[in-house]
Design a protein around this ligand. Structure first.
Ligand code: CTP
Length: 403
Protein backbone atom coordinates (compact mmCIF):
# COMPACT_ATOMS: atom_id res chain seq x y z
CA UNK A 1 0.00 0.00 0.00
CA UNK A 2 1.06 3.61 -0.49
CA UNK A 3 1.59 5.39 2.83
CA UNK A 4 2.55 8.99 3.52
CA UNK A 5 4.54 9.38 6.73
CA UNK A 6 4.40 12.95 7.98
CA UNK A 7 6.91 13.95 10.62
CA UNK A 8 6.58 17.18 12.58
CA UNK A 9 9.17 18.88 14.73
CA UNK A 10 9.30 17.16 18.11
CA UNK A 11 12.03 15.24 19.86
CA UNK A 12 10.03 12.01 19.40
CA UNK A 13 10.96 12.24 15.69
CA UNK A 14 14.07 10.25 16.59
CA UNK A 15 11.87 7.17 17.12
CA UNK A 16 10.05 7.47 13.82
CA UNK A 17 12.68 5.83 11.59
CA UNK A 18 11.66 2.58 13.28
CA UNK A 19 8.01 3.22 12.30
CA UNK A 20 9.24 3.76 8.74
CA UNK A 21 11.31 0.58 8.79
CA UNK A 22 8.43 -1.55 10.08
CA UNK A 23 6.04 -0.22 7.46
CA UNK A 24 8.63 -0.85 4.73
CA UNK A 25 9.35 -4.35 6.04
CA UNK A 26 5.62 -5.05 5.83
CA UNK A 27 5.87 -4.29 2.12
CA UNK A 28 4.41 -0.78 2.01
CA UNK A 29 5.74 2.05 -0.14
CA UNK A 30 6.32 4.94 2.25
CA UNK A 31 6.95 8.54 1.26
CA UNK A 32 8.18 10.70 4.12
CA UNK A 33 7.06 14.33 4.37
CA UNK A 34 8.81 16.09 7.25
CA UNK A 35 8.12 19.63 8.33
CA UNK A 36 11.12 21.95 8.23
CA UNK A 37 11.36 21.75 12.05
CA UNK A 38 11.35 17.92 11.93
CA UNK A 39 14.62 18.05 9.98
CA UNK A 40 16.26 19.66 13.04
CA UNK A 41 15.76 16.31 14.77
CA UNK A 42 16.26 13.76 11.97
CA UNK A 43 17.80 14.79 8.67
CA UNK A 44 16.80 14.34 5.03
CA UNK A 45 19.47 11.71 4.37
CA UNK A 46 17.99 9.37 6.99
CA UNK A 47 14.46 9.66 5.63
CA UNK A 48 15.60 9.26 2.02
CA UNK A 49 17.80 6.28 2.78
CA UNK A 50 15.16 4.45 4.79
CA UNK A 51 12.23 5.23 2.50
CA UNK A 52 14.07 4.96 -0.82
CA UNK A 53 12.15 8.04 -1.95
CA UNK A 54 12.96 11.74 -2.28
CA UNK A 55 12.17 13.99 0.66
CA UNK A 56 11.04 17.59 0.48
CA UNK A 57 9.27 19.93 2.88
CA UNK A 58 7.97 22.62 0.56
CA UNK A 59 5.24 22.70 -2.07
CA UNK A 60 7.66 24.66 -4.25
CA UNK A 61 10.12 21.76 -4.57
CA UNK A 62 9.06 19.80 -7.62
CA UNK A 63 6.26 22.31 -8.22
CA UNK A 64 5.94 21.09 -11.81
CA UNK A 65 4.41 17.79 -10.60
CA UNK A 66 2.10 19.51 -8.03
CA UNK A 67 3.30 17.06 -5.40
CA UNK A 68 0.84 17.86 -2.62
CA UNK A 69 -2.11 17.01 -4.85
CA UNK A 70 -0.52 13.97 -6.50
CA UNK A 71 0.75 12.52 -3.23
CA UNK A 72 -2.60 13.13 -1.55
CA UNK A 73 -4.52 11.44 -4.34
CA UNK A 74 -2.26 8.41 -4.43
CA UNK A 75 -2.04 7.84 -0.67
CA UNK A 76 -3.95 4.97 0.93
CA UNK A 77 -3.02 6.01 4.46
CA UNK A 78 -1.39 9.03 6.07
CA UNK A 79 0.45 8.66 9.37
CA UNK A 80 1.85 11.71 11.14
CA UNK A 81 4.29 10.92 13.94
CA UNK A 82 5.04 12.81 16.01
CA UNK A 83 2.10 15.17 15.60
CA UNK A 84 3.08 18.26 17.61
CA UNK A 85 0.59 20.71 19.14
CA UNK A 86 1.45 23.07 16.27
CA UNK A 87 0.79 20.39 13.63
CA UNK A 88 -2.57 19.53 15.24
CA UNK A 89 -3.49 23.23 15.26
CA UNK A 90 -2.54 23.74 11.63
CA UNK A 91 -4.36 20.57 10.55
CA UNK A 92 -7.48 21.53 12.52
CA UNK A 93 -7.48 25.04 11.04
CA UNK A 94 -6.85 23.82 7.51
CA UNK A 95 -3.65 25.83 7.20
CA UNK A 96 -1.46 24.72 4.29
CA UNK A 97 1.89 26.43 4.74
CA UNK A 98 4.17 23.51 3.96
CA UNK A 99 4.07 20.29 1.93
CA UNK A 100 2.77 18.17 4.85
CA UNK A 101 -0.17 20.41 5.80
CA UNK A 102 -0.98 21.12 2.15
CA UNK A 103 -1.06 17.37 1.50
CA UNK A 104 -3.31 16.80 4.53
CA UNK A 105 -5.86 19.04 2.82
CA UNK A 106 -5.83 16.97 -0.35
CA UNK A 107 -6.09 13.42 1.02
CA UNK A 108 -9.29 11.41 1.19
CA UNK A 109 -7.75 8.26 2.72
CA UNK A 110 -7.64 7.53 6.50
CA UNK A 111 -5.35 9.83 8.50
CA UNK A 112 -3.65 8.69 11.71
CA UNK A 113 -2.01 11.23 14.02
CA UNK A 114 0.32 10.19 16.85
CA UNK A 115 0.57 13.22 19.14
CA UNK A 116 3.65 14.05 21.22
CA UNK A 117 4.05 17.13 23.39
CA UNK A 118 4.39 18.25 26.97
CA UNK A 119 1.44 17.44 29.21
CA UNK A 120 0.48 21.11 29.60
CA UNK A 121 0.28 21.49 25.83
CA UNK A 122 -1.78 18.29 25.42
CA UNK A 123 -4.19 19.41 28.13
CA UNK A 124 -4.47 23.03 26.95
CA UNK A 125 -8.02 23.92 25.85
CA UNK A 126 -6.70 24.95 22.44
CA UNK A 127 -5.20 21.49 21.83
CA UNK A 128 -8.28 19.74 23.29
CA UNK A 129 -10.47 21.71 20.85
CA UNK A 130 -8.17 20.94 17.92
CA UNK A 131 -8.17 17.21 18.71
CA UNK A 132 -11.97 17.24 19.07
CA UNK A 133 -12.33 19.00 15.71
CA UNK A 134 -10.02 16.56 13.98
CA UNK A 135 -11.77 13.52 15.51
CA UNK A 136 -15.17 14.89 14.49
CA UNK A 137 -13.87 15.03 10.95
CA UNK A 138 -12.91 11.36 11.13
CA UNK A 139 -9.18 11.83 11.68
CA UNK A 140 -7.77 9.09 13.93
CA UNK A 141 -5.92 10.87 16.72
CA UNK A 142 -4.19 8.39 19.01
CA UNK A 143 -4.07 9.20 22.70
CA UNK A 144 -0.51 9.97 23.71
CA UNK A 145 1.19 7.54 26.06
CA UNK A 146 1.76 8.43 29.69
CA UNK A 147 5.32 8.54 30.96
CA UNK A 148 8.64 10.32 30.92
CA UNK A 149 8.76 13.38 28.66
CA UNK A 150 11.79 15.23 27.30
CA UNK A 151 12.87 16.93 30.49
CA UNK A 152 12.34 15.80 34.04
CA UNK A 153 8.57 16.00 33.57
CA UNK A 154 6.30 13.03 33.15
CA UNK A 155 2.61 12.58 32.29
CA UNK A 156 0.36 12.17 29.23
CA UNK A 157 2.09 13.50 26.13
CA UNK A 158 4.65 10.88 25.16
CA UNK A 159 4.34 9.73 21.57
CA UNK A 160 2.68 6.29 21.46
CA UNK A 161 5.34 3.60 21.03
CA UNK A 162 6.41 2.93 17.40
CA UNK A 163 4.88 -0.60 17.50
CA UNK A 164 1.54 0.87 18.65
CA UNK A 165 1.63 3.39 15.80
CA UNK A 166 2.40 0.64 13.31
CA UNK A 167 -0.38 -1.55 14.77
CA UNK A 168 -2.86 1.34 14.48
CA UNK A 169 -1.75 1.89 10.88
CA UNK A 170 -2.37 -1.78 10.08
CA UNK A 171 -5.83 -1.62 11.63
CA UNK A 172 -6.74 1.34 9.46
CA UNK A 173 -5.38 -0.39 6.37
CA UNK A 174 -7.37 -3.53 7.29
CA UNK A 175 -10.51 -1.49 8.02
CA UNK A 176 -10.89 -2.62 11.67
CA UNK A 177 -14.02 -0.93 13.07
CA UNK A 178 -13.61 1.86 15.65
CA UNK A 179 -16.91 0.87 17.24
CA UNK A 180 -15.63 1.12 20.82
CA UNK A 181 -14.26 4.66 20.45
CA UNK A 182 -15.06 6.75 23.51
CA UNK A 183 -15.96 3.67 25.59
CA UNK A 184 -14.18 2.72 28.77
CA UNK A 185 -13.88 -1.02 29.26
CA UNK A 186 -12.48 -3.03 32.15
CA UNK A 187 -11.47 -6.65 31.73
CA UNK A 188 -10.22 -9.12 34.30
CA UNK A 189 -7.73 -11.76 33.18
CA UNK A 190 -5.66 -14.59 34.59
CA UNK A 191 -6.37 -16.62 37.69
CA UNK A 192 -6.60 -15.55 41.31
CA UNK A 193 -4.34 -17.13 43.93
CA UNK A 194 -5.28 -17.69 47.54
CA UNK A 195 -2.29 -17.90 49.86
CA UNK A 196 -2.00 -20.89 52.20
CA UNK A 197 1.17 -19.49 53.73
CA UNK A 198 3.90 -17.13 52.49
CA UNK A 199 5.10 -19.60 49.84
CA UNK A 200 2.08 -21.69 48.82
CA UNK A 201 -1.23 -20.85 47.24
CA UNK A 202 -4.40 -22.37 45.80
CA UNK A 203 -4.63 -21.36 42.18
CA UNK A 204 -5.67 -22.44 38.71
CA UNK A 205 -4.24 -22.90 35.25
CA UNK A 206 -5.60 -19.76 33.59
CA UNK A 207 -2.87 -18.05 31.54
CA UNK A 208 -4.73 -14.75 31.05
CA UNK A 209 -4.40 -15.02 27.26
CA UNK A 210 -8.13 -14.69 26.59
CA UNK A 211 -8.34 -11.55 28.73
CA UNK A 212 -5.28 -10.10 27.01
CA UNK A 213 -6.83 -10.85 23.60
CA UNK A 214 -10.02 -9.09 24.71
CA UNK A 215 -8.03 -6.07 25.91
CA UNK A 216 -6.03 -5.91 22.69
CA UNK A 217 -9.10 -6.12 20.46
CA UNK A 218 -10.96 -3.50 22.51
CA UNK A 219 -7.99 -1.12 22.28
CA UNK A 220 -7.81 -1.74 18.53
CA UNK A 221 -11.47 -0.79 18.26
CA UNK A 222 -10.81 2.51 20.00
CA UNK A 223 -11.75 1.76 23.63
CA UNK A 224 -9.95 3.05 26.68
CA UNK A 225 -8.97 -0.23 28.32
CA UNK A 226 -8.03 -1.30 31.83
CA UNK A 227 -6.88 -4.88 32.33
CA UNK A 228 -7.09 -6.18 35.88
CA UNK A 229 -4.48 -8.91 35.65
CA UNK A 230 -4.50 -11.71 38.21
CA UNK A 231 -1.06 -13.34 38.14
CA UNK A 232 -0.56 -12.99 34.40
CA UNK A 233 3.00 -13.63 33.23
CA UNK A 234 4.92 -10.69 31.80
CA UNK A 235 5.36 -12.55 28.51
CA UNK A 236 1.58 -12.76 28.10
CA UNK A 237 1.12 -9.09 29.07
CA UNK A 238 3.73 -8.11 26.50
CA UNK A 239 1.08 -8.76 23.83
CA UNK A 240 -0.81 -5.67 24.98
CA UNK A 241 -0.63 -2.28 23.26
CA UNK A 242 0.96 0.40 25.43
CA UNK A 243 -2.36 2.23 25.76
CA UNK A 244 -3.88 -0.53 27.93
CA UNK A 245 -3.62 0.24 31.66
CA UNK A 246 -2.70 -2.88 33.63
CA UNK A 247 -3.71 -3.27 37.28
CA UNK A 248 -1.97 -6.31 38.77
CA UNK A 249 -3.82 -8.27 41.48
CA UNK A 250 -3.27 -11.56 43.27
CA UNK A 251 -6.23 -12.73 45.33
CA UNK A 252 -9.96 -12.81 44.70
CA UNK A 253 -10.41 -10.03 47.25
CA UNK A 254 -7.86 -7.86 45.36
CA UNK A 255 -9.60 -8.60 42.08
CA UNK A 256 -13.01 -7.76 43.50
CA UNK A 257 -11.75 -4.45 44.92
CA UNK A 258 -10.09 -3.51 41.61
CA UNK A 259 -13.17 -4.36 39.54
CA UNK A 260 -15.50 -2.49 41.87
CA UNK A 261 -13.24 0.57 41.85
CA UNK A 262 -13.10 0.53 38.06
CA UNK A 263 -16.81 -0.19 37.61
CA UNK A 264 -18.02 3.33 38.41
CA UNK A 265 -17.09 4.93 35.11
CA UNK A 266 -16.89 1.82 32.91
CA UNK A 267 -19.21 1.19 29.97
CA UNK A 268 -18.29 -2.49 29.83
CA UNK A 269 -17.03 -4.92 32.47
CA UNK A 270 -15.83 -8.36 31.40
CA UNK A 271 -14.87 -11.02 33.93
CA UNK A 272 -12.50 -13.24 31.95
CA UNK A 273 -10.42 -14.19 35.00
CA UNK A 274 -10.67 -17.64 36.50
CA UNK A 275 -11.62 -16.81 40.06
CA UNK A 276 -10.72 -19.16 42.90
CA UNK A 277 -14.10 -20.12 44.33
CA UNK A 278 -12.61 -20.99 47.72
CA UNK A 279 -9.82 -19.68 49.91
CA UNK A 280 -8.15 -21.14 52.99
CA UNK A 281 -10.07 -20.17 56.13
CA UNK A 282 -6.94 -18.53 57.46
CA UNK A 283 -3.65 -18.00 55.64
CA UNK A 284 -0.69 -18.71 57.89
CA UNK A 285 1.89 -16.02 58.50
CA UNK A 286 4.71 -18.61 58.62
CA UNK A 287 5.59 -21.42 56.26
CA UNK A 288 3.71 -24.59 57.18
CA UNK A 289 6.02 -27.42 58.31
CA UNK A 290 5.48 -31.16 57.95
CA UNK A 291 4.33 -32.91 61.13
CA UNK A 292 7.08 -35.25 62.44
CA UNK A 293 4.50 -38.06 62.78
CA UNK A 294 3.50 -37.81 59.13
CA UNK A 295 -0.04 -36.65 59.89
CA UNK A 296 -1.62 -34.01 57.65
CA UNK A 297 -3.94 -31.33 58.93
CA UNK A 298 -7.14 -30.89 56.95
CA UNK A 299 -7.44 -27.73 54.93
CA UNK A 300 -10.44 -25.65 55.87
CA UNK A 301 -11.83 -23.56 53.03
CA UNK A 302 -14.36 -20.74 52.87
CA UNK A 303 -16.22 -19.61 49.77
CA UNK A 304 -15.11 -16.45 47.95
CA UNK A 305 -17.59 -13.79 46.87
CA UNK A 306 -18.99 -14.05 43.35
CA UNK A 307 -17.47 -10.95 41.74
CA UNK A 308 -19.52 -11.20 38.53
CA UNK A 309 -22.79 -11.51 40.43
CA UNK A 310 -21.83 -8.43 42.48
CA UNK A 311 -21.06 -6.41 39.34
CA UNK A 312 -24.39 -7.49 37.81
CA UNK A 313 -26.26 -6.47 40.98
CA UNK A 314 -24.65 -3.00 40.93
CA UNK A 315 -24.79 -2.48 37.18
CA UNK A 316 -25.56 1.09 36.07
CA UNK A 317 -28.17 1.70 33.34
CA UNK A 318 -26.53 1.20 29.95
CA UNK A 319 -23.51 -0.62 31.39
CA UNK A 320 -22.79 -4.05 29.89
CA UNK A 321 -21.50 -6.76 32.22
CA UNK A 322 -20.14 -9.98 30.72
CA UNK A 323 -18.55 -13.16 31.99
CA UNK A 324 -16.93 -16.33 30.78
CA UNK A 325 -17.90 -19.82 31.85
CA UNK A 326 -15.43 -22.64 31.53
CA UNK A 327 -17.47 -25.84 31.54
CA UNK A 328 -17.08 -29.56 31.06
CA UNK A 329 -20.01 -31.77 30.13
CA UNK A 330 -20.98 -34.49 32.61
CA UNK A 331 -23.78 -36.93 33.39
CA UNK A 332 -26.08 -34.02 34.32
CA UNK A 333 -25.77 -32.22 31.01
CA UNK A 334 -23.67 -30.94 28.12
CA UNK A 335 -21.32 -27.95 28.21
CA UNK A 336 -24.13 -25.85 26.80
CA UNK A 337 -26.75 -27.12 29.28
CA UNK A 338 -24.48 -26.10 32.15
CA UNK A 339 -23.74 -22.83 30.37
CA UNK A 340 -27.43 -21.92 29.97
CA UNK A 341 -28.11 -22.69 33.63
CA UNK A 342 -25.12 -20.57 34.66
CA UNK A 343 -26.19 -17.69 32.39
CA UNK A 344 -29.59 -17.62 34.11
CA UNK A 345 -27.97 -17.89 37.54
CA UNK A 346 -25.42 -15.12 36.94
CA UNK A 347 -27.72 -12.66 35.14
CA UNK A 348 -24.87 -11.13 33.12
CA UNK A 349 -25.78 -9.40 29.84
CA UNK A 350 -23.51 -11.85 28.09
CA UNK A 351 -21.91 -15.12 29.16
CA UNK A 352 -19.29 -16.64 26.85
CA UNK A 353 -19.37 -20.38 27.46
CA UNK A 354 -16.44 -22.52 26.45
CA UNK A 355 -15.56 -26.17 26.91
CA UNK A 356 -12.45 -26.85 28.94
CA UNK A 357 -10.34 -29.91 29.23
CA UNK A 358 -6.61 -30.15 29.58
CA UNK A 359 -6.18 -29.54 25.85
CA UNK A 360 -9.05 -27.14 25.20
CA UNK A 361 -9.73 -23.72 26.65
CA UNK A 362 -6.69 -23.09 28.86
CA UNK A 363 -3.30 -22.00 27.60
CA UNK A 364 -2.32 -21.24 24.04
CA UNK A 365 -4.81 -23.44 22.22
CA UNK A 366 -7.78 -22.80 19.92
CA UNK A 367 -10.99 -21.95 21.69
CA UNK A 368 -14.71 -22.11 20.92
CA UNK A 369 -17.46 -20.13 22.63
CA UNK A 370 -21.23 -19.90 22.72
CA UNK A 371 -22.55 -16.48 23.68
CA UNK A 372 -25.65 -16.50 25.88
CA UNK A 373 -27.81 -13.73 27.32
CA UNK A 374 -29.17 -13.53 30.87
CA UNK A 375 -32.04 -15.83 29.92
CA UNK A 376 -29.64 -18.44 28.53
CA UNK A 377 -30.66 -17.66 24.94
CA UNK A 378 -28.12 -17.65 22.11
CA UNK A 379 -26.42 -14.36 21.21
CA UNK A 380 -23.95 -15.90 18.77
CA UNK A 381 -20.97 -18.20 18.68
CA UNK A 382 -17.38 -18.20 17.59
CA UNK A 383 -14.35 -20.40 17.32
CA UNK A 384 -10.69 -20.13 16.54
CA UNK A 385 -7.86 -18.37 18.27
CA UNK A 386 -8.37 -16.32 21.41
CA UNK A 387 -8.16 -13.22 19.18
CA UNK A 388 -11.01 -14.61 17.04
CA UNK A 389 -13.06 -15.28 20.18
CA UNK A 390 -12.28 -11.77 21.44
CA UNK A 391 -13.58 -10.27 18.19
CA UNK A 392 -16.83 -12.24 18.42
CA UNK A 393 -17.34 -11.23 22.05
CA UNK A 394 -16.78 -7.52 21.28
CA UNK A 395 -19.08 -7.71 18.23
CA UNK A 396 -21.81 -8.94 20.60
CA UNK A 397 -20.98 -6.34 23.27
CA UNK A 398 -21.14 -3.55 20.66
CA UNK A 399 -24.61 -4.79 19.64
CA UNK A 400 -25.69 -4.71 23.30
CA UNK A 401 -24.25 -1.20 23.81
CA UNK A 402 -26.09 0.21 20.85
CA UNK A 403 -29.50 -1.30 21.64
N1 CTP B 1 -16.68 -15.54 38.74
C1 CTP B 1 -16.63 -14.51 39.64
N2 CTP B 1 -16.43 -14.75 40.96
C2 CTP B 1 -16.32 -16.02 41.41
C3 CTP B 1 -16.37 -17.09 40.48
C4 CTP B 1 -16.55 -16.81 39.16
O1 CTP B 1 -16.75 -13.35 39.21
N3 CTP B 1 -16.14 -16.23 42.69
C5 CTP B 1 -16.91 -15.23 37.32
C6 CTP B 1 -15.82 -15.69 36.38
O2 CTP B 1 -14.86 -14.69 36.17
C7 CTP B 1 -16.60 -15.96 35.12
C8 CTP B 1 -17.95 -16.42 35.61
O3 CTP B 1 -18.07 -15.93 36.94
O4 CTP B 1 -16.80 -14.80 34.36
C9 CTP B 1 -18.16 -17.89 35.63
O5 CTP B 1 -17.09 -18.53 36.29
P1 CTP B 1 -17.11 -20.08 36.56
O6 CTP B 1 -15.89 -20.45 37.32
O7 CTP B 1 -17.42 -20.79 35.29
O8 CTP B 1 -18.42 -20.19 37.47
P2 CTP B 1 -18.67 -20.34 38.99
O9 CTP B 1 -19.59 -19.24 39.39
O10 CTP B 1 -17.41 -20.48 39.74
O11 CTP B 1 -19.52 -21.68 39.03
P3 CTP B 1 -19.10 -23.20 39.22
O12 CTP B 1 -17.62 -23.20 39.51
O13 CTP B 1 -19.91 -23.62 40.38
O14 CTP B 1 -19.45 -23.86 37.95
Amino acid sequence: MRILLGVSGGIAAYKVPSVLRSLREDGHAVRVIPTRAALDFVGTATWEALSGQPVTTSVFDGAESVDHVRLGREAELVVVAPATADLLARAAAGIADDLLTATLLTVTCPVLLAPAMHTEMWQHPATRANVATLRERGVHVLDPAVGRLTGADSGPGRMPEPEDIVAAAHRLLAGTPEDLAGRRVVISAGGTREPLDPVRFLGNRSSGRQGVALARNAAERGAEVELVAANVEAAVLSGLPGSVAVTPVETTADLQAAMQAAADDADVLIMAAAVADFRPAGARADKTKKNPDGSVEPLELVQNPDILAGLVAERRPGQVVAGFAAETGDADGSVLDHGRAKARRKGADLLAVNAVGTALGFGDVPNAVHLLDAAGEDLGEGAGSKDDVARVVWDAVVRLLTH
